[in-house]
Ligand binder design. Structure first.
Ligand code: 7TS
Length: 415
């Protein structure tokens, strides 16, 4: 794995960019500044190479047959589970289930655990800052099972109302499903403390780590959670990859999510029994090549060090906040203090965020605009839509300056 950098404490984004072929592209004649990492990230050559290597030299179906290629594919796919387990501090690789994305990971818990274990009178506790993927599955269970769904609010800056969390948590709470870092505000919730509180009431805890796992060091044992949902494609791996960590004894007792091949132990016309973990939850032929490449993405990130990634992104965040807050025509969202990941939502007063994104695109700068799949939060904060910059390890302060300079020029030209 020579293409995987070993960097130590500090990270040089300009050096890292050389690992990402997409940055050779020009967009509208300008160098690409990719500031839409909360949606999905770019892929380093090591990840692309591992896909090509897998399909060129090892492609086969796993767990089926004794031929050499199948054996190799099985080993590589299992090794990727081991790498992911190490990445999030899980001691047993069998507690890592590969999925397509965080959405599928959360649905796996809703269908595999929720449908079987919840009944009228039980409650699920979420927050208003959830992505739709951690809202809608629980609404589905509320419709189907008649359970309660409670929603913890935020203050005007988008910080979780911890008092309300305490008030809504009770013996009726069977699951707390909580976003670690908001994809709109960047707010980082104190998941370890909230998990401890939930455990006092015997509730299970699911952490939606889609916006945290790619950006900071995480340890499921330290947090104490029962489930952790992550999108692989937001951490340098191919689209179509993600995973769910689940506490072993809970996964053992859960129902499968999808039924069919590979997830069974024995099938008779009358009944079937389930395969061991994690295969019980990976029905059908999985995305083997993508899974292997997810393992390579983990190697790449581990080579750099998640603390270095977090420190670099914090520097970018401070730069963006400093530059944007200098203007009274910019409305900034999200907490000004406390833990926050590199996500900055804002509006240019009087300009639709789609127009803001369009103007930046003309300069080769990619940002997202819209409701960011978090409509309950947008409603609560009275914002219909917003522009959003989100950072990763290959971004530089210069790119943030380019983005804000562009906004300033547009403002100067159009008033
Ligand atoms: N949870 C959070 C906090 C997210 O930000 C997202 C995706 C998801 C779950 C779902 O991830 P997926 O991989 O299943 O789609 N967030 C975004 C975003 O902010 N822009 O595009 C996708």
């Amino acid at each position: 794995m020579e293409s995987i950098p070993r960097i130590g404490k500090r990270l040089d984004p300009l050096k890292l960019r050389e690992d990402f072929p997409i940055f050779e592209r020009k967009i509208n004649g300008k160098p690409l500044a990719y500031l839409d990492n909360a949606a999905t990230t770019q892929k380093p050559r090591a990840v692309l190479d591992s896909l090509v290597d897998y399909y060129s030299a090892h492609n086969s179906n796993i767990h089926r047959g004794v031929h050499t290629l199948s054996y190799e594919a099985t080993l590589m796919y299992e090794a990727a589970h081991r790498k992911v387990a190490g990445f999030v501090g899980a001691t047993d690789w069998r507690t890592i289930v590969f999925t397509r994305n965080a959405t599928e990971s959360i649905n796996l818990v809703a269908y595999g655990w929720g449908l079987r274990n919840l009944a009228p009178g039980d409650e699920v506790l979420i927050t208003i800052m959830e992505h739709h993927s951690n809202f809608v599955p629980w609404q589905m269970l509320r419709e189907r099972l008649g359970i309660g769904l409670n929603v913890v609010g935020v203050d005007a800056r988008g910080v979780l109302d911890l008092g309300e969390f305490d008030r809504l948590l009770s013996e009726r709470t069977k699951l707390v499903s909580l976003v670690h870092a908001s994809n709109v505000l960047g707010t980082v919730n104190p998941v370890k403390e909230l998990t401890r509180k939930a455990k006092e009431f015997g509730a299970l805890v699911l952490i939606d780590a889609a916006q945290s796992a790619p950006h900071m060091r995480l340890d499921v044992e330290d947090i104490g959670c029962d489930f952790l949902a992550v999108s692989g494609h937001k951490m340098l791996a191919p689209t179509g990859t993600g995973f769910l960590y689940g506490r072993g004894e809970i996964l053992e007792r859960m129902d499968p999510f999808l039924y069919g091949g590979d997830m069974i132990e024995r099938v008779t016309p009358e009944r079937s029994t389930w395969n061991e973990l994690p295969w019980k939850f990976e029905a059908g032929t999985p995305d083997i090549g993508g899974g292997v490449a997810l393992g390579t993405a983990v190697d790449y990130l581990s080579g750099i060090g998640m603390d270095a990634v977090a420190a670099h992104e914090d520097k970018l965040l401070r730069r963006a906040l400093e530059r944007l807050s200098a203007h009274d025509w910019v409305e900034l969202y999200g907490p000004s203090e406390g833990d926050r990941v590199g996500v900055v939502s804002f509006n240019v007063k009087g300009v639709h965020p789609h127009d803001v994104a369009g103007m930046l695109d003309e300069e080769g700068i990619a940002i997202r605009s819209g409701h960011h799949c978090a409509q309950p939060l947008m409603d609560r904060l009275g914002m219909e839509h917003a522009a959003r910059m989100s950072f990763y390890l290959y971004n530089s302060e210069d790119e943030i300056d380019r983005a804000v300079d562009t906004l300033e020029n547009v403002k100067r030209l159009f008033g």
